[in-house]
Write a protein that binds this ligand. Sequence first.
Ligand code: B12
Length: 783
Amino acid sequence: MNVLDKIKSGITYFDGGAGTLLQARGLKPGEKPELWNLTHPEEIIAMHRQYLEAGANIITTNTFGANCLKFDNLEEIINAAIKNAQTAAQGKDAFIALDVGPLGRMLEPLGDLPFEEAVTIFAQSVKIGAQAGADLIIIETMNDSYETKAAVLAAKESCNLPVFVTNAYDESGKLMTGATPAAMIAMLEGLGADAIGMNCSFGPKQMLEILPEFAKYASVPIILNPNAGLPVIVDGESVFDIGSDEFADIMCEIVKGGATVIGGCCGTTPEHIRKTVERTRSLPFALPEKKDFTIVSSYTHAVEIGNKPVIIGERINPTGKKRFKEALRNNDINYIVSEGLAQNQKGVSILDVNVGLPEIDEVKMICDVIRSLQSVIDLPLQIDTVDFEAMEKAMRIYNGKPLVNSVNGKQESMDKVFPLIKKYGGVAIAVTLDESGIPETAQGRVEIAEKIIAEAAKYGIGKNNIIVDPLAMAVSSDKNSALVTLEAVKTLADKGIRTSLGVSNVSFGLPSRPDVNAAFYTMALQNGLNCAIINPHSVEMMKAWHCFNALCGYDESFADYIEFASSIEQSAASPAPDTSISTLDKAIIKGVKDKAYSLACEMLRISTPMQIIDGMIIPALNTVGKGFEEKTVYLPQLLMSAEAAGKAFEAVKEALPSGEAKKGRIIIATVKGDVHDIGKNIVKVLLENYGYEVIDLGKDVAPENIAQAVRESGAPLVGLSALMTTTVPAMEETIKLIKSENLPCKVMVGGAVMTEEYAAMIGADYYGTDAMASVRYAERIFG
Ligand code: B12
């Protein structure tokens, strides 16, 4: 029996944590456990055996961090790990999972690791593991959707083994970079993962709360490998707070909640697994039913198509738009992104992205635009292109499960698009035309739709992943054309097939087009239309949408309608509110770098640099920081805002006259473990501006390096910055080191988490609330 048959035949058990067991066997803190495959194979084998004896059916190789970023002798380590697992499993009915953990580096745009490089790194480990005899790949503890996608693609491209994926969610029920379970399920099932779920982060109780989301959306078996609760400090040591009995009891609830592949993660022991196996073994077993949702996703959330009508914003498209074409020719991605932001503000749920222009490199452009949009907007995107290469590259780098526009009934189109949907996941818009053109009758269009759906089924692509566009034609050239399209929408809806339309075509050649479009749109909605590509800036279209939702019960207590209606009344009374990015704070909050720079330059005409820093840059960052704390803003947006603030600061810096460095020498640094350097950079520029020579050691600087710089430079003043509670100890350590060497140097500290009392407590000579304070203190020191 292979592992896929196994997980379909009954509850299947993973092993539990390795760290605690290996430490008990002598692994030292800081020592790399993966090396033990070579140096202590007998201990690794013994650990696997313990779990097999406890009842585990799947054992995980000791390769969590085994990738070429961390190990030069990767092949040797993975081969040994597989061999150890095989030795342990000899004579047992067990499967060996090659364990693939996160790389420890963030992918672009959050970090500096390019997506394809991540794919290559994962592929290398997977190839070695598959060749050495793993039965499956388990990609685990990933807290970023993009890195997860890179790993799954790598696994799928470099072996034929089943791929299981578990992500580490946090207490908000989302990944660190913001994805909900529904978004992850959509993307992972689209990529062809064979079983999916959660591991690590916290204990089974918290997972039990998130599990219903998996039960609701997943069609493949659900895996749950929780920690043994949460770590607590007992007698100065960190231990997990859920014992094996309690763990096993909650695991029973977890099985009843729909998970069928279960085990443990950090802190769990063979005893946790043994009791779990004993108590859950005879519980009723049921695999998730195949779900029929039509879902696309971004890197944060899923959008379901099939209930409330969904609007796809049409404005990122050069057709008939001179300014947009110009932006494409000039590589003005900023303009394109601002079109996306404006539509986001209008309430669209998905953004269409069409950047095809004969004279540009569409493959590069669509990838650049998708990356830029995904770094500032969390809406799912519709990849809209007739260039199959551009389609493939865009689907590959897209972070989520995309909507793809389009496939049609021509064999060539289906032969090209369906393999891509099969490989990367996605929902395809199926346009009802084929080699014979566009049928004049509704029946003809429905037949093409059915042909496309049947062809998709040959690839295993379900009807739920096809949305049919029965084509709105210009009514001015054929008075029946609107009726034909409407009839097709109705027939398709009656057959349970999802539909979409590019609405505005219907009014081509007529005056007062928005009125015609809106009337047609309402009629189509009434016939069951699920989504439409429209211009969200058209008041008529938005009226039609809001009214339809209110009248059809999609708008609980009419809240959306009332808000919309009052915004319409307001704009009738006064000129339309400016929804563009017109102020610097907005540019920073939205994370639009170039705009932040140009707006800061503009502001310098009427404001002083310090007014801009204190009045705009810092408040904008505070807004984003608050959102981050409240989990309305996620790391990708935080990062983009920081970059935009950095750009604005660049402009401001250019306007500050740099003083003639003669007043004295000052060293500054952000302390170890902390990468926040915007505040430190402001302090630096201001000090320079006041005539001090500043030696900037950068961010994440080790105490020894700071002390060494003080020693070598003889600077009488050091400024340290720390923005996180977790990095204040590093600040303290740095101060202790400087003081212990009796260096003739004062230390001033600052940063958001610092307070006067705290500064005194850690031995700092001075605490400065802002950059100006650093100047005042320097003047005291240097006289
Ligand atoms: C921008 C930002 C980021 C950017 C940083 C980019 C960069 N190049 O700096 C990015 C996206 C990389 C980031 C990452 C993270 N961040 Co952050 N980030 C922020 C944010 C929104 C703004 C910080 C900022 O630049 N403020 C503006 C500057 C000008 O203010 P400032 O640094 O305080 O400096 C002023 C004064 O304090 C003073 N000053 C500063 N230094 C010094 C030094 C001296 C000597 C003196 C006299 C004065 C002085 O003068 C400055 C000017 O007036 C804050 C929230 C907030 N509102 O502070 C969170 C925040 C600091 N981040 C936070 C967290 C948790 C993280 C991450 C761990 C997130 C994650 N899960 O990965 C990582 C940490 C990575 C790491 N190891 O450091 C938390 C920290 C929570 C805590 N209390 O510990 C915060 C508070 C957000 C939150 N509310 O949750 N972050």
